[in-house]
Write a protein that binds this ligand. Structure first.
Ligand code: BGC
Length: 757
């Protein structure tokens, strides 16, 4: 990671003015989320072209060359510390681009803008787990409204890399392992962000699932497999979300850097998908001038983080020498302006002064995501929901007295209420820009509020014997266990850190009525599972996580989340049992006697990662290999039960699957029935999620759902013909509660078909 130790030192003195901080702190009135329609394509294109044509060559060169404000030596008056800044052209009404991270809210990583808080959504995994596209949209609309109110007009959101390995450091920023679920959720979130007339990115294009050596990894995969998995997630996200910009990734894909990859940028994105917006680089992901620009890179972001200034002088030299054409430079600007025009940013510029924000209203959205996205993994003997009459409860561990954990890195939001616990890192690639941070939403306080007649005590969970002794005396023990993940580092083990497994074991041994609440950014191993009746996966639950968890524990909310990724039973089940490059990276550290600063040697170490599982990401591979995970993709329990019946399949180019969902339990609840098809010829058929629908039902209520199936999900990608091929034949269909389940089954007959990408 290029962000050096000086990141913190540079940022803190460079904080926004006290006046700006006050304006944020005093934010009160309502920031309305207004749905606005996107401009017609032709009009947008015309507007962007007309503007780009009016720019001078110098203006055009400046607009494709972004700053990283914290490290920038040029400091225009309106530049505040954030991820990016690109000066506009006031004489033409071309906006200055003011860029902020990221998908979970307006980030303020190490409080570079002192006192500037924002609403923190839960991890994107919680949004994915809700299986609720509308909620993804509303979450995006909420964070986009805050970005706009804070004067940002580009939100670096829309992370949609598929989870290929359970240990990925950024899995929490993404939507899991399935291309359909990820694409739909990312697309809706982007659409929500852009409903505020600001630009959202979709990122990191492409095949960037690992953090270890992320700036030097060469991801290798065959084209058809890539098209059917990671690229399909991007394709769906772009179709639904119409992001103004695509951020290309740090890594190489099949030998070429993602930001100078002709196949990814020119062929797939532009030629095949007809993408009109601009490609911005990730921060420090540019490696050349001529090659990158001619391969489709439109803008160098955060120039201070690249090892050289590839745009600027080298770009004017390339223009003078004819290796980059003047038309291409105009096109680069037209693409940026298309992003600004298509989102409405050009016609409705973002105010230059911070606007008030109603944080209370926004916190409700964060809480809704946490409530709908938490996954009840086990509930033996119906220990949950807890009765409000319970007399003594002990809450144990993970700073649950003061807050809930968040994931680290560029997406870090400094949430409303501040950070009650914030632990700097001593080593590792993330040390310069991440701290282990808890949001101020206390599960303990929320539990006390709901169990107002109970005695609720707290034990910090650092000592198994002390925790067990407290558990022995209580009616109910609730252990909070957490694992922190961050950008720039992968987790080196799926085991819970800091002896938390021992604490859980000791507590479960002392009290059979033990609930474990997991705050993690991906799967963890659960060696204690047979001895613990109840487990709630709360991910990083965001701004109101404490309240959301308490509501689920006491049945105010019926849990309805479904896992967006497979939870392996052990590390050996994963497609790669070890993190590629990790050992080499550590060895290089040792050799250089750099000890803890291994992020610094990244640039000289190249590593090839072969994604041999191809398109069979996650559950597809588990089912193919007949490996039984701890919890499958799509899995999650409820306080009620659902039944599916009367399956009907309307064949056609785009078949429709319909069936009844009935709540056969005693309480209201939401279910997300999933439609899977066995399809694919190239590597033998795989089980694929082809549809889902979240339904909320009163006890006894029945609803018919009809789910259209995108035929690309039944197809193989034919690289020779450059299109999707649906082979004629009969395809088995399974309606289930998780991948591999089959509550009702059927078959769809497809005709031979070719679909353009
Ligand atoms: C991350 C991006 C982020 C950018 C700007 C990079 O290190 O990979 O996701 O948007 O920094 O902060």
């Amino acid at each position: 990671m290029k962000r050096s130790q000086s990141f913190v030192a540079v940022l803190i003195p460079a904080l926004a003015s006290a006046a700006a901080a006050d304006a944020f702190a005093q934010s009160r009135t309502d920031a309305k989320v207004v749905e606005r329609s996107v401009h017609e394509d032709a009009a947008t294109q015309k507007q962007a072209t007309a503007l780009a044509d009016k720019m001078t060559p110098a203006e055009k060169q400046a607009y494709v060359f972004g700053y990283f404000p914290p490290f920038s030596k040029d400091r225009p008056a309106d530049m505040i510390p954030s991820a990016g800044y690109v000066p506009g052209v006031p004489r033409l009404g071309i906006p200055t681009l003011r860029e902020s991270d990221a998908s979970l809210g307006v980030a303020n990583q190490v409080e570079q803008r002192k006192g500037d808080v924002a609403t923190a959504l839960p991890a994107s995994l919680a949004i994915a787990a809700s299986f609720d596209p509308d909620l993804a949209y509303r979450g995006g609309a909420m964070i986009g409204a805050e970005a706009r109110a804070k004067t940002f007009n580009v939100l670096l959101a829309g992370g949609v890399n598929l989870t290929r390995d359970p240990w990925g450091g950024r899995t929490f920023e993404y939507f899991g392992e399935d291309p359909l679920l990820s694409g739909v959720m990312a697309g809706e979130s982007i659409r929500g962000v852009q409903s505020n007339h600001i630009v959202s990115t979709v990122k990191h294009f492409a095949l960037n699932p690992q953090e270890t050596l992320r700036t030097t990894v060469n991801a290798r995969i065959d084209e058809a497999a890539l098209r059917e998995s990671d690229l399909l997630a991007f394709e769906i996200a772009i179709e639904r979300g119409r992001p103004g910009s695509v951020m290309c990734a740090y890594n190489k894909v099949n030998g070429d850097w993602a930001c100078e990859n002709d196949f990814l940028l020119n062929q797939v994105l532009r030629r095949d998908w007809g993408y009109q917006g601009w490609v911005m680089s990730d921060w420090g992901a540019v490696h050349s001038t001529v090659k990158a620009i001619n391969a489709g890179l439109d803008q160098q972001s955060g120039r201070e983080l690249d090892k050289a200034l590839f745009f600027g002088k080298p770009l004017s030299d390339a223009l003078a020498g004819g290796t980059v054409s003047a038309e291409r430079l105009t096109e680069m600007n037209r693409r940026i302006l298309w992003g600004a025009a298509s989102t409405g940013l050009l016609d409705d510029p973002v105010p230059t002064k911070a606007q008030p924000i109603d944080y209370d209203v926004h916190a409700n959205v964060a809480q809704e995501v946490a409530e709908k996205g938490s996954v009840l993994l086990q509930n033996d003997g119906n220990l949950l929901p807890l009765a409000r009459t319970v007399r003594t409860i002990v809450v144990i561990g993970s700073h649950a007295d003061v807050g809930v954990l968040s994931g680290g890195g560029s997406s870090q939001v400094r949430s409303v209420g501040g950070a009650p616990v914030e632990i700097p890192l001593k080593e590792g690639a993330a040390a310069s820009f991440a701290r282990v941070t808890w949001h101020a939403s206390s599960p303990l306080a929320a539990i006390r509020k709901l169990a107002s007649d109970a005695t609720v005590s707290f034990v910090d969970g650092t000592n198994p014997a002390v925790a067990a002794a407290a558990a022995r005396k209580a009616d109910i023990a609730i252990v909070f266990a957490s694992q922190w993940r961050t950008e720039a580092q992968d987790v080196e083990t799926l085991s819970l850190p800091d002896g938390q497994d021992e604490v859980i074991d000791a507590v479960a041994g002392a009290n059979r009525r033990t609930v474990v609440v997991l705050e993690t950014g991906g799967p963890v191993l659960m060696p204690w599972l047979p001895r613990v009746p109840t487990v709630l996966q709360a991910w990083y639950p965001g701004q109101r996580g404490g309240e959301a968890i308490a509501n689920i524990l006491f049945g105010v909310t019926n849990p309805s989340g479904r896992l967006p990724m497979t939870f392996p039973a052990n590390e050996a089940q994963a497609p790669r049992a070890v993190i590629p490059g990790l050992a080499a990276m550590k060895e290089a550290d040792r050799a250089q006697k750099k000890g803890s600063t291994y992020g610094m040697v990244e640039r000289s170490l190249m590593v090839d990662v072969d994604y041999k599982e191809g398109a069979d990401v996650g559950y597809r591979s588990y089912l193919k290999r007949d490996v039984r995970p701890l919890f499958p993709f799509g899995y999650g329990l409820s306080y009620t039960r659902f039944d599916y019946s009367e399956l009907r399949i309307e064949p056609g180019a785009r078949p429709t699957v319909s069936f009844n969902v009935t709540n056969i339990g005693k309480v209201a609840g939401a279910d997300s029935p999933q439609v899977y098809v066995r399809a694919g010829r190239r590597n033998g058929p795989s089980t694929r999620l082809v549809g889902f629908q979240r339904v909320t039902l009163a006890p006894g209520e029945k609803r018919r759902v009809a789910i259209p199936v995108d035929p690309r999900l039944l197809a193989d990608f034919d690289t020779a013909a450059n299109n999707w091929h649906v082979a004629a034949g009969r395809y088995p269909i399974f309606i289930g509660r998780f991948a591999g389940d089959a509550m009702i089954t059927g078959e769809v007959t497809m005709k031979n078909a070719r679909i353009r990408p």
